[in-house]
Design a protein around this ligand. Structure first.
Ligand code: LTN
Length: 190
């Protein structure tokens, strides 16, 4: 009956609303290795069962190291293949390529207006990168944390599975979100 159908629909809406939103990404820089599998993918596969998950291929992030077009396209396909091979299921989780969602770049622009050069320069991963690649210290490297914040804030994610080396980026994401809300007198990103 119609009543039964409505209850069923309502039931699924409630389940969905109760689920937590997960977002994470992997930069397509060459082959994924066992570290990616045990450090990230294995956990993603588990999380897709009980959460509203978004897993993406962070191709914008990989541009900081100036890949050739051939390498870039090849590596994106490679990561997608390994996502699927690891057991990520497009029926359970949303899989996407970062550059296919233009809102990522829009939010990145807005967040950059309130990200201070001083705090970006103090970021550990930035200091590490300029030590490792002193001849390619580009602005994208400096604003890497605001791009990552855009990826996360875009989905209003409340769970972000990442390695220890990314925790500082998560702290910065919280700071950027609070700052955005305070400045524009809103609470878009709780
Ligand atoms: N910086 C991460 C990859 C990454 C990411 C994200 C992870 C980019 N954007 C958003 C989680 C959420 C890395 O190098 N492992």
């Amino acid at each position: 009956s119609l009543r039964f159908e409505l209850f069923t629909i309502l039931f699924f809406i409630l389940i969905f609303a109760a689920m937590e939103t997960v977002v994470s990404g992997i930069r397509p820089t060459g082959n994924l290795h066992l570290g990616n599998y045990f450090g990230a993918l294995k956990n993603f596969v588990k999380m897709q069962e009980e959460n509203n998950c978004y897993f993406f291929i962070a191709d914008y992030h990989s541009l900081t190291t100036h890949p050739t077009p051939e390498n870039l396209h090849g590596n994106v396909k490679q990561v997608l293949a390994e996502y699927l091979a690891s057991g990520l299921d497009p029926e359970k989780a949303t899989l996407y390529i970062q550059s296919d969602v233009p809102e990522t770049a829009e939010l990145y622009l807005l967040l950059n207006m309130n990200a201070y050069v001083g705090e970006l320069e103090r970021c550990t991963s930035f200091k590490e990168k300029i030590r490792k690649q002193p001849d390619n210290v580009n602005a994208g490297l400096l604003t890497y944390p605001t791009l990552m914040a855009a990826d996360i804030i875009l989905h209003r994610a409340n769970k972000v599975p990442v390695g220890k080396d990314q925790e500082q980026h998560l702290e910065m994401t919280r700071k950027f979100a609070r700052r955005f809300n305070r400045l524009y007198k809103n609470d878009y990103f709780p």
